[in-house]
Design a protein around this ligand. Structure first.
Ligand code: KIV
Ligand code: ZN
Length: 565
């Protein structure tokens, strides 16, 4: 064998002239078929038991999937029993079709017919492998022999189905040329056309031709070329529903399905979160939600993805990765500063513009559409920027910090994340905020105070402030006048040692925490001695007191700054 990459045979692309699929768009949902309970189940370390399969089945029904492959009833007694329980236990709604898989072999087909007795809507899905590699190394057969396996099975299925259909069963057929991706397209057309004829399919009574990428061994665009070629060459194209069954060996299952739909497919077989053999089947959640985010109704309901994920993890014992599209724990989370900033601006834009559309950078979907609106979008670690901490203060605690305060508080939070070296929780951010601003009550304290307000004939306000302040052990009285409480207080303290501050900025708002409403004031002062600026924050149920506390908080922070150096 050749070494390394040289031992692999490159895929030979299908030649096609005048391809049309690149100019198309996906404008409507395909027919969805879940293969979770068969392809997904057969790939589990511990396949699901009856109870788990039933719970899973009901979840698929709730999602809105109308065609569900429930298993391989001829493969084992357990599979047979599960099929019988679904039918006899009345679990299958009238508008849902169960699909059963069987190899193109006589005794297995007969057993499968026994298994489906009494069901209302059934797709009998049979397959045999057609690829060059499988013909060479597994079956040791030419194409004629492979075609005969398929047509013999088709004949038997057609004959056995007559009485059931006569009794009223809505029984349809599906044929898979397994390993279609590795099959010469002209031969794939030949075997599928033969099956169409042996099943007596017509445009009114179509057969599902399921074209699996059993092993994904070419690029999605090459697959789309193959599919368009196949659809154009198939003589009785109108008698077939073209179905895809993408696996994910190259990690392109979603792209293969999407380009396959552009190239003419009408149906997709998939599983929740892409469970399935090896790297899995294509993920139905991603496919559906990709359509959703393009304004196309996928006709599936993933509005409670967390519940579906919980069921999936419990029944399959497979974890859904933190980065799994739409479902992963972290997919609606931004740690990076620039992302947080853009999300903040997008949220603001949506509020202010009243746009009808979802227009938030870095969030391709509204988390509410998958039931994830209560999870934190912005989380804080050492990669986070200045706006992130302010976002947490607003969304978790109702503090709308002035924009120009974000850098100062952001730096305080960043120091902490650098120190601890991991993510910090919103509660810790609140503690840092309180410790830095709200609890900056030393050395200057306001012990007691009073205001008097009068309004003159012109409507101008005159406020007088009297207060008792304490600086370490010294208690002193101050008084001042101004056109409002803040002005009066600021004038009162100017005569004291606090004279060297300039008042630069002020903002305030109410915070409602349950029934309790408090006012918060943000004050920016400049210390003229150093030219440094300090924010202070005051919190009080009294709207006149909050700014006074804010002023003292800024003065005390400047004092601490000078005395700590
Ligand atoms: O991947 C595959 O080819 C299959 C077939 C049986 C449809 O699962
Ligand atoms: Zn498969």
């Amino acid at each position: 064998m050749k070494p390394g990459f040289e031992k692999y045979i490159p895929f030979a692309p299908q030649k096609i002239v005048g391809r049309t699929w690149p100019d198309k768009v996906i404008a409507k949902a395909p027919v969805w078929c879940s293969v979770d309970l068969r392809d997904g189940n057969q790939a589990l370390v511990d396949p699901m038991n009856l109870q788990e399969k039933l719970e899973y089945f009901h979840t698929l029904v709730d999602i809105g999937i109308k065609e569900i492959e429930i298993g391989f009833p001829s493969a084992s007694e357990t599979e047979y029993e599960i099929c019988r329980e679904l039918i006899e236990g009345g679990h299958i709604p009238d508008d849902v079709t169960i699909q059963v898989l069987v190899q193109a072999r006589e005794h297995l087909i007969k057993k499968t017919f026994e298994a489906i007795k009494g069901a209302k809507n059934v797709i009998l899905h049979f397959y045999n492998s057609t690829s060059t590699l499988q013909r060479k190394v597994v079956f040791h057969m030419e194409t004629d022999g492979i075609t005969k396996i398929a047509t013999d099975a088709a004949d038997l299925i057609y004959e056995m189905s007559r009485p059931l259909i006569a009794e009223g069963m809505n029984l349809r057929f599906e044929y898979s040329p397994e390993s279609f991706m590795g099959t010469e397209m002209d031969y794939a057309v030949e075997v599928c056309q033969a099956v169409i004829e042996h099943l007596h399919a017509t445009p009114e009574n179509k057969v599902i031709l399921n074209l699996p990428t059993t092993v994904e061994n070419c690029m999605p665009n090459q697959f789309a070329d193959m599919l368009e070629y196949f659809c154009k060459k198939l003589p009785d194209r109108k008698s077939a529903i073209i179905s895809l069954h993408p696996h994910n060996d190259r990690g392109c299952g979603v792209a293969t399905a999407e380009l396959g739909l552009l190239a003419g497919a009408e149906r997709v077989e998939a599983t929740l979160f892409g469970n399935g053999e090896r790297t899995g089947n294509v993920d139905i959640v991603t496919l559906a939600m990709n359509m959703f985010t393009q304004g196309v109704d996928p006709q599936l309901d993933f509005s409670n993805i967390n519940k579906i994920k919980e069921m999936f993890e419990r029944c399959t014992k497979m974890p859904v990765g933190d980065r799994q599209p739409y479902a992963g724990k972290l997919v609606f989370t931004a740690f990076s500063g620039s992302h947080q900033d853009a999300i903040n601006k997008g949220t603001q834009y949506m509020k202010e513009s009243g746009t009808e559309y979802w227009e938030i950078p870095y969030l391709p979907i509204d988390p509410a559409d998958v039931g994830r609106e209560y999870e934190p979008v912005i989380r804080i670690n050492s990669q986070s920027g200045k706006g992130g901490a302010a976002y947490i203060m607003e969304h978790n605690f109702g503090f709308d910090l002035p924009k120009s305060m974000h850098p100062e508080f952001g730096t305080i939070v960043q120091k902490e994340t650098d120190l601890v070296g991991k993510e910090i929780a919103p509660e810790r951010i609140r503690e840092l905020f309180d410790a830095e601003y709200i609890d900056a009550k030393e050395p200057y304290k306001l012990l007691k105070h009073a205001f008097q307000e009068s309004i003159d004939e012109q409507g101008h306000s005159h406020v007088t402030f009297w207060g008792t302040l304490q600086h370490t052990d010294t208690v002193f009285k101050v008084s001042g006048e101004g056109n409002g409480p803040i002005d009066a207080f600021f004038n009162a303290i100017k005569d004291e040692k606090m004279a060297h501050f300039t008042f630069l900025d002020y903002a305030s708002h109410a915070i409602t925490d349950g029934s309790d409403s408090q006012g918060v004031a943000y004050i920016l002062l400049e210390d003229q001695r150093t030219g440094k600026k300090y924010w202070g924050v005051g919190l009080s149920h009294n709207i006149n007191l909050a700014p006074l506390r804010g002023i003292l908080s800024a003065i005390n922070r400047s004092w601490m700054d000078r005395h700590q150096q």
